[in-house]
Design a protein around this ligand. Structure first.
Ligand SMILES: Nc1ncnc2c1ncn2[C@@H]1O[C@H](COP(=O)(O)OP(=O)(O)O)[C@@H](O)[C@H]1O
Ligand SMILES: [Mg+2]
Length: 208
């Protein structure tokens, strides 16, 4: 998925290395990629995790599927090629935010393994963890937070992951959390523990 129209672009390096930036902030940037069905709990977990990290003075920011589709990716639909383009743009935004020193938490269904493999490869020289929010379809459908499952079952949404379009579960995510079996707090703790295993060292100091 390389898209570059012009050959006449040259990278302009800044003065700070990622290591220097991390040293000044006190932690290293990373991307936490949440994937799962609609209603599995991605947004709820992402915003709770973001708040926990900020309380520990780690600058974290959520890129949320619906929010990004309001603006940057507002021109994209839900066909496989539009979903690939959605992930391509988000992947590059993650890298830019990582470069700025942030921990980025993404909350996108990201149903295709190929697209997730691409974004992992994009992060090959920085830290990346994939978390499968593995809440079963039946629970997501019972929750039906946005009423979309009912509409998909009625045939009104042709590209709805899990009903009328595929969801390909990750084969080897760094972590799986099932929000039908664990509380929100326990899921957030499990992800925090994962981030620490992957080198995130937030200062333990008092919260604001
Ligand atoms: N342990 C849990 N973790 C996260 N969400 C939970 C949990 N238990 C119940 N829920 C509920 O499940 C719903 C998940 O919705 P949402 O976060 O919008 O999902 P998604 O972003 O994956 O579509 C919310 O209404 C949330 O309150
Ligand atoms: Mg969401």
């Amino acid at each position: 998925m390389t898209t570059r129209r012009s050959d006449n672009v040259v990278w302009s390096p800044g003065h700070l290395s990622p290591a220097q930036r991390a040293a000044s902030l006190g932690y290293g940037a990373m991307t936490v990629w949440l994937t799962g069905l609609s209603g599995s709990g991605k947004s709820t977990l992402a915003f709770a995790l973001e708040a926990r990290l900020l309380a520990r003075r780690v600058h974290a920011y959520v890129l949320d599927g619906d929010n990004v589709r309001h603006g940057l990716n507002g021109d994209l639909g839900f066909s496989p090629s539009d979903r690939a383009e959605n992930i391509r743009r988000i992947g590059h935004v993650c890298r830019l935010f990582n470069d700025a020193g942030l921990v980025v938490i993404t909350a996108f269904i990201s149903p295709y393994r190929k697209d997730r493999a691409w974004v992992r490869e994009l992060h090959r020289d920085t830290r990346f963890v994939e978390v499968h929010v593995s809440t079963p379809l039946e629970t997501c459908e019972q929750r039906d937070v946005k009423g979309l499952y009912a509409r998909a079952r009625a045939g009104e949404i042709p590209d709805f992951s899990g009903i009328s379009a595929p969801y390909e579960p990750p084969e080897s995510p760094e972590l799986a959390v099932d929000t039908s079996a664990s509380s929100l707090g326990d899921c957030v703790e499990a992800i925090l523990a994962l981030l620490e295993r992957h080198g995130l060292r937030p200062s333990p100091g008092p919260t604001r």
